[in-house]
Ligand binder design. Sequence first.
Ligand code: SF4
Length: 339
Amino acid sequence: MVNVLKEATNFTQLLNTAEQVRLENLGNIVYLRGLIEFSNYCSQDCYYCGIRKSNHRLKRYHLTKEEIINLAHIAYKNGYQSIALQAGEISSEKEVNFLADLIKEIKDITPPDSLSLGITLSTGELSYQQYKKLRDAGAHRYLLRIETSNEDLFTSIHPPPQSFKKRLECLYALKDLDYQVGTGVMVGLPQQTYEDLANDLLFFQEFGIDMIGLGPYIPHAATPLAIKGVNENMDSYTSTLKMLALTRIIMPDINIVASTALQTINPLGLEAGIKAGANIVMPVLTPEAVRGKYSLYNNKSYTPLIELANRIANINYEVGLWTLGDSPYYFFRTGLQNT
Ligand code: SF4
């Protein structure tokens, strides 16, 4: 895999193979996760992230429960069937309880006898009991990116007390609680090698990950890592597409997101990501008034749903409305029934 990642030859062939694998295993449907970035407060200080707690220039916001539920209604009425609740890392029990209550209310907004909204969470490293509380409340997917499977590289981009060991423990806790577990990496980090990326792929496979969200590393000017610039030895856009394609080939029935970061660094990143094997897109539902404040990296792109749907149709794929689009691999891995 290292050679495939490193070399420019056979790029088209790699993408074509990934697309074929995807069509044979999952068909041409692209599922939606309405993304609600409900708060940009974060208790962590990752060196690469624009909403890190030490970025004092950033204005912080937190949507109210009513605002979030209203967005969930909008998602449901438009046929999304799944939402993703994302925020900086939450740290207090009060915030976990807020989220648990919110999840229960969102599960109740759909009429009785109809499929309730699927809920993906992405709120960082929590304790086992906190993950359990949120799972019991009704969340069934959790996205926690490992960012890199190279422990030294991980340590160089995360200040203490964050640790690679803790990140892994969290992923195992999520798996133990029967979440659909999502992870992912940044591609093109300073000091990252093609060997690291190949090991990331092996990590996904060996862990038995159900969902992948990977994207190019885009520096944010207000972060310490931005000083190091980008990885001069790696084209992060092409390498991300190769990573998507290889992930799809080695893990044919997992869910893979066409990341916003890919769409940010190339205007055709959405189409390219889908054709490389991605089957999930996450249209942003965060209110326009605060969207710019969820600034993980610079110049983040936003594509309205109607435009997304047209662009997806133009490459002969179809948006999957009123359906959860869960990871088939999850049901294979757990033996649970896909309802
Ligand atoms: S990557 Fe996540 S945990 Fe780290 S600073 Fe950003 S939002 Fe917080």
